[in-house]
Write a protein that binds this ligand. Sequence first.
Ligand code: SAH
Length: 464
Amino acid sequence: MDHFPIFVQTDAARIIVSGGGDAALAKLRLLLKTRAKITVFAADAAPEIAQWHAAGQLTLVGRAMDYGDAVCATLFYGANEDEAEDARTAHLARTCGAMVNIVDNLEDSQFITPAIVDRDPVTIAIGTEGAAPVLARAIKADLEERLPQSLGTLARIGKTFRKASYALSFGRARRDFWRAFYFDAGPKAIAQGKDKVLPALESLLNIHLNKTAREGHVAFVGGGPGDPELLTLKARRALDEADVVIYDRLITPEILELARREATMIDVGKEGFGVHTPQEHINALLVEHAQAGAQVVRLKSGDATVFGRLDEEIDAVDAHSIGWHIVPGITSASAAVATIGQSLTRRGRNASVRFLTGHDTRGFADHDWHALAKPGEVAAIYMGKKSARFIQGRLLMHGADRHTPVTVIENASRVDQRVLETTLDALPAALEAAKLDGPALTFLGLAPRAALAAAPTIKIEEFA
Ligand code: SAH
C-alpha cells in the first residue's frame, strides 16, 4: 500500500486550487461538498467558478498564484493543465506546508483523490494507487447501485442515537443491535417515512436490552481451495460475524481479509511433516475462546470434514458442552478436477472415487492397493507429494499399469495454479523436476481433458 487512506477534516480548513479550466472544475465539484474555505487562483476562470464565487461558495482570485497565497492551507490542488505552472504553484504551496496534489501527475503528488461513493455521512473512498482509474470507477458504479440512497439518512439518525445504545454492553451486544438497525429495522422504518426511524430505534433497543447474551459457539468452516469466490455464502457470513478466527496454513490472505476487522486472528498453521501447532493446543484455544463467550470460526482449507482432524476438535468442544456447527466447503479435489475439465466419476469408467491421504500421523498411509491398481480407478490423493514414490511402488507391486495417467494440480483455483500431466511410471521424477512448493492434489487415473490441453486458460506441463 503506497497510499494510506485517511479522511481529512475539512470543516473551516483552507483548500487552494490553482487553475480555472476543466481539471479545476472537476475537483471543485467534489470539494464544494465539504465545508472547507476554498480559494481558486486563475487569471481566466470558467464561468461556473465565477458563479460559485458570486454565490459565496468559494473565493476566486483572478490572477496566478503567488508567494504567501497558500498560507495556512491544508490541501493544494495544482489543476493548471500546464506542467510548468503546476510545478511552480505546487512549490509555493509546499513551502506553506500544504499537502499537494497535482492533477494527473501521481509522481509529484503527496496525496491522491480517490473515487468517492457519497452517502453522507457514509463515505466510501476507492483507490487503485493510480494504477487503474477505470477499475475504481467500475467499483464505484457497482457500489452506487448497491447502497440505497436512504443509507445516509439512516446513518445520520443512527448517529444521534449512539449514546442511547451505550445501554447495551460494549462489543457483540452493541454490534448486533446496530446490524439489526442498518440491515433490517432501519430500511423497513424509513420506507414508511423518516419520522418512523427514531421510534424504530427505540423499540429495537428495548428488544435488545431484554435479550440474554449470546453464548460462545464454534463454527467449523470450510474455507475452500483458496479462491475467495469459492467460499460459500454461509462461510462469508460466519467470517463477517466472527470474534475469533483460528485458521490453517492453507487459508489464503484474500480470505482472511474477509474476516471482521475487529476479529482476533490466530494462525495455527500446520505444515506436513514440519513445524506445527500441536492439535491439543488448537483444541484448547477453541475451548478457551468459546468459553469466554466468543463466536469462534475454526477456518480449515477445502472442506472441514476432509482430512482436517475435525472430529478431535468437535470432541474437545463437545466435552465442554459448547455449541458448534459445520459449514461445508469446496474440497480441493473438486476444485482440482474442475481445473482439468474432468468429472470425478464417469459412467462406464469409474462408479466410485476415493479420497486418499498420502500420509497420516504415523507416516505413509496404507490403502487397499490391490483395488486401486485396477484399470479405470480414480483416486484423489491429498498430501501426496512426499509419498509419491511409496504410492507408485505399492500400486505397481499390485499390478497397476505403468501408463496409468496421473495429474498433479498445485494451488488449484489460485492464480499460481499449475498442472502436471504425467503417468504412474514417471510420477516421482515429474514431481521432482517440477519443484512444487504449494499444496498439490494428485489424481490417479485422470488426465486433463484433451480439449483443455489446447486451451490457453491452463498451462499443462507434461512429464511422460
Ligand atoms: N480439508 C482440505 C484438505 C486438507 S489436507 C480439503 O478439503 O481440501 C491438505 C491437502 O489438501 C494438501 O496437502 C493438498 O493435497 C490439498 N490441497 C488443499 N488446498 C489445495 C489447493 N488449493 N490445490 C491443491 N491441493 C490442495
